[in-house]
Design a protein around this ligand. Structure first.
Ligand SMILES: Nc1nc2c(ncn2[C@@H]2O[C@H](COP(=O)(O)OP(=O)(O)OP(=O)(O)O)[C@@H](O)[C@H]2O)c(=O)[nH]1
Ligand SMILES: [Mg+2]
Length: 299
């Protein structure tokens, strides 16, 4: 037996919206545990993704993108989730986008720089930098700006340099037996994932501001005759939005339902029956009570 101890711990993944945090979590876990879209502020919750290696277990904490324009109560909730997750973690991954360190990245850095845990700067989307040596001045700039335990260029999308990232992070975790059984890949259950996949399809399908005012709530989730039966409500903030989500002759809602159903059936290897309703709850994203009802646990 080798003398190296098994290591396990929590790894918070923080950064501004849209830098690829959820893509990274999914790539490392090897399964989609967190939804991804090209629009900022996709992730709204803390979602765990477990990575098992022969000598280590990394419990990744995907977090909502930290943003400094959080006027609505939901946005303030998202920022609180991200910051409290990083305070509780053993290691922090500060994800930035290659060649694009913005004012918002700097704002995020101001919020995490006081934390005592080892912090790695993960420079994602390296696949977009051609030729590769265009990255060097940026890495140099990051080194100057951020005193980190390491700076690691990766591509979450192309799964590039991820093994090196895992090795570096694992070396900074405490000696510990695994925290989760080997078959557990996330802390979130199937109804949660179903709601998220529906919201992902809505976000991909709807333009501009509308996705931010949408919440999906599962009203019924049951196994019947070998299939999964799901009734879900799509909450919007104004009645005009309801018509947009439903679309002409209900076409948009049908498309969204179909895409979500196909993905979930494929993931669970069981047929899925999905029914969607659209309802209005005026300005729910500004209401503490509505947020609590929707399961945004207050911190
Ligand atoms: N080219 C490229 N695109 C990437 C990479 N990683 C993520 N993306 C894209 O970046 C967009 C945002 O990805 P997400 O994983 O949702 O980003 P996020 O940081 O979780 O965003 P929020 O949840 O909104 O904070 C998506 O369109 C991804 O496909 C990468 O390594 N290379
Ligand atoms: Mg995300």
């Amino acid at each position: 037996m080798s003398g190296a101890p098994f290591r396990a711990g929590f790894v918070a993944i923080v950064g501004r919206p849209n830098v690829g945090k959820s893509t990274l979590v999914n790539a490392l876990v090897g399964r989609k545990v967190s939804i991804v879209t090209a629009k900022p502020q996709t992730t709204r919750h803390r979602i765990l993704g477990v990575v098992n290696r022969p000598q280590a277990q990394l419990v990744l904490i995907d977090t909502p993108g930290l943003h400094d324009s959080a006027r609505r109560i939901m946005n303030q909730y998202m920022n609180r989730v991200a910051l409290s997750s990083s305070r509780d973690a053993d290691v922090i991954l500060f994800v930035v986008e290659a060649l694009r360190f913005t004012e918002e990245d700097q704002w995020v850095w101001e919020r995490v720089r006081g934390l005592k845990q080892p912090l790695f700067v993960v420079v994602n989307k390296a696949d977009k930098v051609v030729p590769r040596d265009r990255m060097l001045p940026f890495l140099e700039e990051m080194t100057q700006r951020i005193p980190a335990s390491g700076i690691v260029p990766i591509s979450a999308l192309a799964a590039d340099n991820l093994d090196r990232l895992v090795d570096l992070v694992a070396s900074r975790l405490p000696p510990s037996p695994p925290l989760f059984a080997p078959d557990v890949l996330t802390d979130r259950d199937e109804p949660f994932h179903a709601a998220e996949v529906i919201r992902e399809k809505l976000t991909l399908n709807l333009r501009e501001e509308l996705p931010y005012g949408i919440n999906v709530q599962i009203e019924r989730f049951a196994e019947e005759d070998g299939r999964v039966v799901i009734n879900a409500v799509i909450w919007v903030e104004r009645s005009g939005q309801k018509a947009i989500v439903i679309g002409q002759r209900g076409e948009r809602l049908r498309d969204i339902g179909r895409l979500a159903r196909i993905e979930l059936a494929d993931l669970w290897q069981r047929p899925v029956h999905l029914e969607l309703w659209v309802k209005v709850k005026e300005n729910w994203a500004d209401s503490e009570m509505a947020l609590r009802q929707f399961g945004y646990d207050t911190l």
